[in-house]
Design a protein around this ligand. Structure first.
Ligand code: MRU
Length: 354
């Protein structure tokens, strides 16, 4: 099957699949300036932790291509400012600042602006290409947990369009399909933005993978009454102790899964682990526009004059997580100990703000 790519670099501009229009229309929006990328990340044109990291990397390329100074110190100062600007587009997924820091780190040691510009483009391309391989590995490791005929339950969209290819939580399903195995999925619709209904169900159906859509409130009933091999979700930021921020509703699912003895797994690349955050309470949680809750297709559905609370993510404590499926294998408890072994010297903890 052919995967649809959510990001395409075209030499002097970036094309982003407008995920807000799915599943009805497959439209790409042309990004020619860093501001376009900021707006697209913030408005969910591009979404999913790894994909927004890749988009941000290309956002810095777009800025650098238009930067006029030849003065290294001016370029560096401006690059840092532009990185902070892009990082402000969404606060929870750490892949965003991870990609930005990586771009800054590789370019800062270079002697000329020209070389820095070349390095920024090269690194953005590497981040993009690497993610495909990383997701493939996550899929291979995740697949070891499953057998032919199994059904998994997933939440939100941690699929191919949330990454360079394959996805994280959905990667085992895509790889199973490629290997002639049949793994089915139950997708929760994922209120309020409906990533499950609009994106996951669409992506899996398109790939020829058996998928059943349920509303979020049906998850307990399904986990209690159906044979579900595992719950597998993605992640936006994993703290050093394994606590995991993911789409709002994930925490409830983890508790329900525990109640019915269904193993609950998180699938994520190492770039989603934030070693500077000791535990989940320290992860910033994005709050989004109340209209996502009060309105449906532009029409107000909620009563007027009421208060709205719209957190986009919640944090699942590590004790509810059976394993974290990464490109380096499945990490299990004690997470504090086992995650630290994965920390690379050039990881995001490395100080880049010299
Ligand atoms: O608000 P979104 O759609 O960007 O939220 C996405 C998720 O919560 C995903 O599960 C997570 O980013 C992992 S994507 C591989």
């Amino acid at each position: 099957m052919t995967f649809i790519s959510s990001l395409q670099w075209k030499g002097d501009h970036l094309l982003l699949l407008d995920q807000r229009q799915l599943p009805h229309q497959e439209i790409y929006l042309k990004q020619t300036a860093i501001e376009d990328v900021w707006n697209s990340i913030s408005a969910l044109v591009v979404r999913g932790a790894p994909a927004i990291g890749i988009a941000a990397a290309y956002g810095l390329v777009l800025w650098s291509q238009h930067a006029e100074t030849n003065e290294v110190s001016t370029f560096k100062a401006e690059l840092r400012t532009q990185g902070e600007y892009l990082a402000s587009s969404r606060p929870t997924a750490v892949n965003l600042s991870w990609a930005i820091d990586r771009i800054i780190r590789v370019s800062f040691s270079l002697p000329t602006v020209e070389k820095m510009k070349e390095a920024i483009l090269k690194e953005a391309t590497i981040i993009h290409q690497e993610d495909e391989l990383v997701c493939q590995r996550i899929g291979e490791h995740g697949l070891k947990l499953l057998k032919d005929g199994d059904t998994i339950l997933t939440h939100c969209n941690a699929g191919g369009i949330a990454t360079a290819k394959y996805g994280t939580a959905l990667a085992p399903l895509h790889l199973a399909k490629q290997n002639g195995l049949s793994i089915s999925a139950i997708a929760t619709e994922t209120r309020p933005v409906l990533q499950g209904a609009r994106l996951t169900a669409w992506e899996l159906e398109r790939a020829g993978i058996d998928v059943t859509l349920i509303t979020d409130s049906m998850a307990a009933h399904v986990l209690k009454t159906k044979k579900i091999a595992a719950v597998i979700v993605g992640a936006d930021r994993i703290a050093a102790n394994g606590d995991t921020a993911n789409k709002i509703g994930t925490l409830g699912l983890a508790h329900i899964a525990q109640a019915y003895q269904v193993p609950f797994y998180v699938a994520a690349p190492l770039s989603t682990i934030d070693y500077s955050v000791p535990h989940g309470d320290a992860i910033p949680i994005e709050e989004r526009d109340p209209k996502e809750i009060t309105h449906y297709q532009g029409e107000r559905v909620a009563a007027e004059n009421i208060k709205i609370f719209n957190p986009a993510f919640d944090v699942t404590p590590h004790h509810l997580i059976k394993g974290i499926i990464t490109e380096h294998g499945i990490i299990r408890t004690p997470y504090e100990e086992n995650l630290v072994h994965l920390s690379l010297p050039d990881d995001k903890n490395t100080e880049v703000h010299s």
